[in-house]
Design a protein around this ligand. Structure first.
Ligand code: NDP
Length: 239
């Protein structure tokens, strides 16, 4: 059997496509998100689904240790869980900012903190953080979302350097707009409407399977090759 892959945010969108893809490749997989029934609906073999809040390290750790007891140590952690609550800075609630900072930043740290020490000890392993093109430049109504994704970019790059000598890879994948339910949690209807109108002008977002292709490309490179960052967007997405 191939090595264990842990995926956060596996109940929807990109994470769900990643789950299907890595199972198809023959890896045992641990799927993490709050909505367990959506992960269980995939009805996959060699798969453990756990309802966890990625902010809570104890929940993430318990799930990973249980999966590792069954399938061996984690070889790939994909931190995909995230939320995008768009809003204008003078209108948006503090709670929405707080929530994005927690999920998008702390959410990549909990699992990393669990698996990285052993990866370094074994001189093997890969962590892939799903950031965003909004982690490279700013967009209107995205201020705090951009802040969280800039943080994902910088944490990933700084950690990559720190463990590079051990052959452990830490990688950023930064998509432009992808067709998933990500926008649905934004509470401002006008912002959602404008975003969807703009998306029509580029003939919709990327298929989530294209992000899966990027993850697989980076992961299946030989361990001594680190694809440090991939930025991918629809050709028609100008910004
Ligand atoms: P979805 O909304 O489809 O998926 C988000 C996932 O994150 C869900 O599985 C959700 O599961 C999980 N999640 C959210 N909060 C928590 C939490 N507190 N604990 C555990 N899991 C959580 O969006 P996408 O698939 O599009 O997003 C995946 C990643 O890709 C995000 O980091 C996003 O920022 C990034 N991205 C997306 C783009 C896009 O246009 N779609 C563009 C660029 C980057 P549940 O609610 O069940 O807990």
């Amino acid at each position: 059997m191939k090595k264990l892959v842990v995926i956060t945010g596996a109940s929807s969108g990109i994470g769900k496509e990643l789950a299907k893809a890595f199972l198809k490749e023959g890896h045992p997989v641990l799927l993490l998100a709050r909505r367990k029934h959506l992960m269980e609906e995939l009805n996959l073999e060699n798969c453990i689904c756990k309802s966890v809040d990625v902010i809570k390290k104890d929940e993430v750790e318990k799930a990973i240790l249980e999966a590792e007891a069954k399938y061996g140590k984690t070889n790939l952690l994909i931190n995909c869980a995230g939320i995008m609550l768009l809003g204008k800075a003078d209108v948006q609630s503090y709670e929405e900012w707080d929530n994005m900072i927690d999920v998008n930043i702390k959410g990549i740290l909990t699992g990393t903190n669990v698996v990285l020490p052993n990866m370094v000890k074994e001189n093997d392993g890969t962590i892939i953080n799903i950031s965003s093109i909004a982690g490279r430049k700013t967009f209107d109504n995205h201020s705090v979302y951009c802040g969280t994704k800039f943080a994902v970019h910088s944490i990933t790059e700084a950690m990559r350097k720190e463990v590079a000598s051990t052959n452990v890879r830490i990688i950023t994948i930064a998509p432009g707009v992808v067709e998933t339910p990500l926008l649905s949690h934004t509470t401002d209807d006008k912002i959602k409407e404008d975003y969807n109108k703009w998306k029509e002008t580029i003939e919709g977002g990327l298929d989530a399977k294209k992000i899966v292709d990027c993850v697989k490309f980076a992961y299946y490179m030989p361990q001594d090759v680190c694809v440090r960052e991939i930025v991918i967007a629809k050709t028609k997405q100008e910004d």
